[in-house]
Write a protein that binds this ligand. Structure first.
Ligand SMILES: C[S@@+](CC[C@H](N)C(=O)[O-])C[C@H]1O[C@@H](n2cnc3c(N)ncnc32)[C@H](O)[C@@H]1O
Length: 274
């Protein structure tokens, strides 16, 4: 037991299916950030790469197209099915259903990469110690994770508007609990990677404007699909859900411009050596 059972259930349930439906739109939206993470990974043809939490496979396929031998590991069966479908015809990429925290690795990969797939471990210290075992000595770890909600209006504008409609949490919320913002604090990332035996840790502030939708309706549909607003909305129903949706719509409305709704996003690109 890795303690990740809740996440396994989450990513194999409605969330995983929604990510599959939304895959093209999500990849297009994340492209300005993703391109920076892929560039930082500096993959060379022939390298062996593990893509942790590869989801629907965008970055695994990007690396395979550069000539690397890529292994995508994810806990979500529906997202992996989409990844396999998209990569049909590429014989240098393979996908497995597995928990990256406990998966057994061979120490023969030059790069372990992740685009927003490493913030969901119940025990990140143990998970990263295990992940390091996939790398050759001196091999590279490169991942992208979100900075704090206040730095991410693309998620926080609607998220904040919905907040008053949610039930009071029974206990104080741990900002480092598994979830999109678990690695918002760079000192926490350094602590985890240092304890796991990584060296040369660098954490780079990486920003972009993300295109949330062409219209307010598009943006509302997108925010109801994935991300913190969608997670919050899933907890509501009836009149309360309608009121929360109306509040999110009102909060997004001032951001409409001639080229739709575009909001700021801030991530960390973290790199280290085994
Ligand atoms: C935010 S999504 C990102 C997916 C993909 N990397 C992308 O950028 O489109 C997070 C991914 O991490 C995966 N994930 C969460 N916990 C995991 C674990 N313990 N082992 C492997 N994958 C995990 C989820 O199933 C999901 O595909």
């Amino acid at each position: 037991m890795s303690g990740n059972e809740e996440q396994i259930e989450y990513w194999n349930g409605k969330a995983g299916e929604t990510w599959v439906t939304a895959q093209e739109r999500v990849d297009a939206m994340l492209a300005p950030l993703s391109a920076q993470a892929v560039a930082a990974a500096a993959v060379q043809a022939g390298e062996r790469v593990v893509d942790i939490g590869c989801g629907c496979g965008a970055t695994s396929i990007a690396f395979a197209e550069r000539g690397a031998h890529v292994w995508g590991v994810d806990i979500s069966a529906p997202m992996l099915a989409r990844a396999r479908e998209r990569s049909a015809g590429l014989d240098n990429v393979a996908f497995s259903e597995g928990d990256a925290a406990t998966q057994s690795y061979t120490p023969d990969h030059q790069l372990v990469f992740s685009r927003f797939g490493v913030m969901f471990f119940a025990d990140p210290h143990a998970a990263f110690a295990n992940i390091r075992s996939a790398l050759v000595p001196g091999g590279r770890l490169v991942f992208m994770c979100w900075q704090a909600p206040r730095e991410n209006p693309w998620m926080a504008v609607a998220g904040r508007a919905i907040q008053p409609y949610l039930p009071e949490p029974e206990a104080p919320v741990d900002p480092q609990a598994p979830g999109p913002f678990a690695f918002a604090r760079d000192a926490y990332i350094r602590d985890i990677l240092g304890a796991a035996g990584f060296s040369d840790v660098e954490i780079v502030d990486t920003r972009a404007e993300l295109h949330i939708g062409d219209t307010l309706d598009d943006a509302m549909a997108a925010q109801s699909e994935i991300g913190p607003a969608a997670r919050a909305l899933a907890e509501l129903d009836g009149d309360e859900r309608d009121a929360a949706l109306a509040a999110a719509r009102e909060a997004l409305a001032p951001h409409i411009s001639d080229n739709g709704i575009n909001l700021g996003a801030a991530a960390w690109i973290v790199s280290a050596r085994a």
